[in-house]
Ligand binder design. Structure first.
Ligand SMILES: Cc1ncc(COP(=O)(O)O)c(C=O)c1O
Length: 418
């Protein structure tokens, strides 16, 4: 007999039908295809370019600091919204890395248990039923998901190649704009790898002022830049009147599992975030906060990590271009976003046609044991992440050389409609 609990689920997670759908989500499909490919070819290495997190550990100085701080009794309890060391270190890091001066650690910076947690807490501070949030697609949907759970609506703005993967704010219809409270921006962007420009951020800030909107700038990849300087929206004059920015230890310092980031910028928004956060979690372990404060004093760690990704990008871009992919090295993040082919032909002239990027990705996993992430939201694209597992430069070249070998003899065709 079915548990009565099945009848109690909220509509936001599917109500009575929760867990009964047969539709497979993208990442689950990828996981299953990978498992099947490994079972079918146990002796072939699966090259995983689908991973969205660093392939290496945090640096020894961070691990050592954590080990020391974890032994101190004063760090044992609830951190709540406190922990002055990390707030102070974050404000200093914003100045040193992004040139954002004068953030008040007391009122304009507050930690988060990773930027995902901040994106899930912030909607409660602003969204009433019927309010609109502008999200960019393809993108990281967490803020929009929670906004919908509060009765809000999401308006998707497409990121296209012609616009350098920057949203066209002028294209938002008037009636939507009237009901809009928040725009979520994410640069360097997941999945397109695109970076914002100062001009775009200035335009977005002006747009927000004019239309009385809040900007949430998700800068989870903000410091991971290999062409130009890291850019914060808060470096634009007037941004602090309209924006908060989210930063994270995850990608910049190889610390995804540590779960720490911070929200900074407009003090009213930071205080509202503090209010909801205080009712949501009890703060990150102070030993982690203090170890991360010590880590933030070393921006050269991020520069080194970025240099590794840059090097890997160069070889991957060259390899993909050789086979006809329109691959352009991004200026930051670890994502290379390329148009998906619509046909592949093997050496015997056998053609396989694809209807979507998801089709291509499934084919690459099952036929070539190469895993990528497909995006079909705004054209058909594949995301290759340079966080693939490799130990040192020679091994990196070997991995990409392996892709080259597996593609040799294939001809990819790219339609004009992507
Ligand atoms: C765009 C974007 N924002 C936020 C996050 C969450 O990062 P974290 O919670 O580890 O800081 C991710 C992680 O993949 C991301 O891609």
């Amino acid at each position: 007999m079915e548990s009565y609990i099945q009848q109690l689920f909220a509509e936001r997670i599917g109500g009575k039908t929760f867990g009964k759908g047969t539709a497979l989500y993208k990442f689950e499909k990828i996981k299953r295809a990978k498992r099947a490919a490994i079972t079918a070819h146990p002796h072939v290495e699966l090259i995983d370019l689908g991973v969205g997190e660093p392939d290496e550990m945090a640096l020894p100085l961070s691990v050592r600091a954590l080990s020391e701080e974890a032994q101190k009794p004063e760090n044992r309890g609830y951190a709540d919204n406190g922990g002055p060391e990390y707030r102070r270190a974050a404000a200093q890091w914003m100045e040193r890395v992004f040139g954002v001066k004068g953030l008040d650690p007391e009122t304009e910076v507050l930690h988060s248990i990773g930027s995902k947690a901040a994106l899930s807490v912030l909607p409660a501070t602003l969204i009433n039923p019927g309010d609109v949030v502008i999200m960019t697609v393809p993108g990281y949907p967490v803020f929009g998901t929670h906004a919908k759970w509060y009765g809000g609506e999401v308006y998707d703005l497409k990121l296209t190649e012609e616009n350098g993967f920057l949203p066209d704010l002028a294209s938002i219809p008037r009636d939507v704009l009237k009901r809009t409270k928040v725009i979520v921006l994410n640069y360097p962007n997941n999945p397109t790898g695109a970076s914002a420009t100062t001009e775009f951020f200035a335009h977005a800030v002006e747009f927000a002022h004019k239309n009385k909107l809040v900007i949430v700038s998700d800068a989870a990849y903000g410091a991971l830049v290999f062409d130009g300087k890291p850019l914060s929206i808060l470096s634009v004059p007037g941004a602090k009147d309209v924006a908060v920015e989210l930063h994270s230890m995850s990608k910049a310092f190889n610390m995804t599992g540590w779960r720490l980031g911070f929200v900074c910028g407009n003090p009213l928004l930071v205080s509202a975030y503090a209010n909801v956060k205080d009712n949501t979690d009890s703060g990150q372990f102070l030993a982690i906060q203090k170890a991360c404060a010590a880590t933030l004093a070393h921006p050269e760690i991020t520069a080194k990590i970025a240099a590794k990704y840059s090097r890997r990008m160069d070889v991957l871009v060259a390899c993909l271009r050789k086979f006809g992919f329109h691959a352009t090295k991004p200026k930051g993040s670890f994502f290379l976003y390329v148009r998906a082919p619509n046909v592949v032909m093997d050496g015997d002239g056998n053609r396989t046609a694809f209807k979507s990027a998801e089709d291509v990705s499934q084919w690459l996993i099952t036929q070539k044991l190469i895993s990528t992430v497909p995006w079909d939201d705004a054209g058909a694209y594949l995301r290759f992440s340079v966080t693939f597992v490799a130990k040192g430069e020679a091994d990196e070249r070997r991995v990409v050389g392996e892709i080259d070998k597996r593609f040799t003899g294939l001809t990819f065709e790219f339609g004009n409609d992507a």
